[in-house]
Design a protein around this ligand. Structure first.
Ligand code: CO
Length: 516
């Protein structure tokens, strides 16, 4: 009886939150200033063997002269470069000087509609039938073929000077892309391509959505030249942000969504707000062979489509081939996190949304059956694996995660999941810290060859560091946190206190070249 009463009382007391929304909101202020300095406020020790540059991209501008943007995905891209050299670290940030950024900063007001609902002032009349796209270059940043490229999936990359982060202009990848052409923000480096005698190559895609959508696959040589390009149609509208590769396949999840363009055409909503999730329809898994076909082989090399439960995937951790199967680890949501037309993203009710969770999908190429299993139920995002394991079977997935094991919440922790043994480790920055994507950097310098990830695993798969930016709401600044990937329970090896905050970012990459 007593325990019943205790339980009853307990159920009426809300669980203590690991975060407070006012603290979290402060990470979404614009960072208008551009900095260039050696980081001298360091707790712990920067490993002297950590050598190279961490590039990060994300929306740095959350308002234009006080006019707030509607969703962070509409914010102008700002690049941070943190260069590690002999136990010291240098910080630099610069906005990508896109055409839209330059024009809006000069005008002091919003001139473009955003894909995720940002509207020009003046109501729907001022926005109707304005289909100009502002290439905001805010999603990822990649150093490839001697070029530093800021990526945004709906248009071509911007090229930057890796040493100064100065914007050099739009880049069409040596004529591969037409002006304005889409190029996804989620490239993979295949560390040993079996079509190129084991040399590394870059694999990326573009999407042309419509009643039937076209997926184009691109593969590039380390010098930047195009090696292969082929296009495949898939029925229906496709909203695809990320993909996965194996040595022989590229894998795309076509989420069950539909697009009603009318509110966008009429100037009432952003295009991204006109996408609705259809839970009664299956998710399609589109598997495209990476090998370029000779005429005789072409039929065997067509895209194949498989079906699984409805779910929404932004990001995949990795994929690999195993017998007749392709295995894919992905962060999957029960439904699409909606962008509401009238809601302020700063007022997000985390508890009302379904969390992203790590699932494993098995696609059987012979029987066509797809099976899935929940790997990690804790709310998570931004999965990352050792670069030598891209497309190969992996032991570890590193990712941003919620502090609490259940429910949806901001990312405050870094999780390490051993998918072989099911062991887990968690380092949490709660209650005041909010993490970003953790980037795994192998410890051994031999893990890189000519500046690119080697396919040979040097040392254990977790022998390296995790680099993540953490917003510290108590001090209203951000830290670069270095964790020992072998043992997250050790806590940070080093916390590098920046002189300012960095708004919550999206994706980044590490190169062993030092650009300080
Ligand atoms: Co992404």
């Amino acid at each position: 009886m007593q325990s019943f009463q205790l339980n009853e009382r307990a159920s009426t007391v809300p669980p203590t939150l690991s975060y407070n929304r006012e603290g979290w909101q402060k990470g979404y202020r614009s960072l208008k200033q551009e900095f260039d300095y050696w980081i001298d406020d360091v707790e712990g020790k920067i490993p002297p063997e950590l050598h190279g540059t961490l590039f990060r991209n994300g929306p740095g501008m959350l308002d234009v002269n006080g006019q707030t943007i509607h969703h962070p995905f509409d914010g102008d891209g700002m690049i941070c470069a943190i260069a590690f050299d002999n136990g010291r670290a240098h910080f630099r940030n610069r906005f990508v000087r896109t055409e839209g950024y330059v024009a809006e900063q000069a005008a002091g007001r919003i001139l473009y509609r955003g894909v995720f609902g940002t509207q020009k002032p003046g109501g729907w009349l001022a926005n109707a039938f304005d289909f100009r796209l502002k290439n905001i270059a805010n999603t990822n940043i990649l150093y490839w073929g001697g070029k530093l490229l800021a990526l945004w999936e709906a248009a071509e990359p911007h090229r930057l000077d890796p040493a100064t982060l100065e914007t050099l202009g739009l880049d069409h990848l040596n004529g591969v892309l037409q002006p304005g052409a889409a190029f996804a923000a989620h490239p993979w480096i295949d560390p040993a391509c079996n079509q190129d005698d084991g040399a590394p190559c870059l694999v990326n895609f573009s999407i042309k959505p419509g009643l039937s959508s076209t997926i184009t696959l691109f593969e590039f040589h380390p010098d930047g030249k195009l090696l292969r390009k082929h296009s495949h149609a898939t029925p229906g509208f496709a909203f695809i942000h990320d993909f996965a590769i194996t040595p022989n396949y590229a894998i795309f999840f076509q989420n069950p969504v539909s697009f009603n363009p009318l509110p966008f055409l009429l100037g009432k909503r952003g295009a991204g707000e006109c996408i609705t999730f259809n839970p009664e329809k299956p998710t399609r898994i589109v598997v495209i062979p990476r090998h370029t076909a000779s005429a005789a082989q072409r039929d065997a090399l067509k895209a194949r489509i498989f079906e699984t439960h409805a779910g929404f995937v932004f990001h995949h951790a990795n994929a690999f081939e195993q017998g007749d199967e392709i295995v894919i680890d992905s962060v999957c949501y029960g439904s699409l996190p909606a962008v509401e037309a009238d809601a302020d993203f700063r007022q997000t009710d985390f508890a009302a949304l379904t969390p992203g969770q790590l699932w494993r999908f098995h696609v059987n190429l012979t029987t066509q059956a797809v099976q899935r299993e929940l790997v990690e139920s804790r709310c998570c995002e931004f999965p990352y694996v050792h670069p030598a394991k891209a497309g190969r079977s992996h032991h570890y997935v590193f990712m941003g995660a919620a502090h609490a094991p259940e429910g949806n919440a901001p990312l405050q922790a870094i999780a390490k999941i051993d998918v072989e043994t099911d062991k887990r480790q968690l380092w949490s920055a709660a209650p005041h810290g909010y993490v970003s994507e953790p980037i795994f950097v192998p410890r051994a310098s031999a893990a890189f060859k000519d500046g690119l990830p080697s396919a040979d695993l040097v040392g254990a798969e977790d022998d390296g560091w995790l680099l993540t930016l953490v917003y510290d709401s108590a001090h209203e600044r951000s830290d670069v946190v270095i964790l020992d990937a072998r043992d997250l329970h050790r806590g940070p090896i080093a916390r590098l206190h920046l002189k300012h905050h960095v708004p919550y970012g999206l994706h980044g990459s590490f190169t062993p070249q030092v650009f300080e």
